[in-house]
Design a protein around this ligand. Structure first.
Ligand SMILES: Nc1ncnc2c1ncn2[C@@H]1O[C@H](COP(=O)(O)OP(=O)(O)O)[C@@H](O)[C@H]1O
Ligand SMILES: [Mg+2]
Length: 146
């Protein structure tokens, strides 16, 4: 568990997280509306060196940012009714880092393993972030970030 006092800290945390990411990775961001999922993704985008501003993909569902390691940014909030496979993202998932907001229960099967980032908003408006590795070597990879 780590405390992120300001939005800048959350962005910086995303930037540090990017340094351990590689092609094929799936990162699922969990936390309520306004938790900082998009802010964290902005930091990941900066860390990966991708092009285009990372913004909330709510109305487009998924956006691909080109770069040395492309970033596929998905907002799964509206995905209850249909399958993520319908987005036809599989091709790029192997070559990209895929970050999914609201992805729990919807996109886990895109990868054998994934990193879950839990963001909690506290009463004093600071955030608490927890990294939970599911399979693979995530626990080793994110150890220095915890
Ligand atoms: N410590 C913090 N970390 C992240 N966001 C914060 C923090 N403190 C305040 N905020 C604000 O909370 C909002 C988070 O929005 P956003 O990243 O879009 O959340 P989400 O994608 O989870 O809905 C932003 O307006 C941001 O400025
Ligand atoms: Mg968001």
């Amino acid at each position: 568990m780590k405390t992120l006092p300001t939005v800048e800290d959350t962005v910086a945390f995303g930037r540090r997280l990017a340094s351990v990411l590689r092609a094929g990775d799936l990162v699922i961001l969990n936390g309520p509306l306004g938790a900082g999922k998009t802010a964290l993704t902005q930091g990941i985008g900066t860390g990966l060196g991708v092009s285009g501003e990372v913004t909330s993909p709510t109305f487009v569902i998924a956006r691909v940012h080109r770069g040395p390691l492309p970033l596929v940014h998905v907002d799964a909030y509206r995905l209850q009714g249909f399958e993520i496979d319908d987005l036809d993202l599989d091709a790029s998932v192997e070559d990209s880092v895929t970050v999914v907001e609201w992805g729990s229960g919807k996109v886990e099967r895109l990868s054998d393993s994934y990193l879950e980032v839990r963001i909690e908003r506290r009463d004093d408006d600071t955030r608490l972030v927890e990294l939970v590795g599911h399979g693979g070597d995530w626990d080793t990879r994110v150890e220095s970030l915890r």
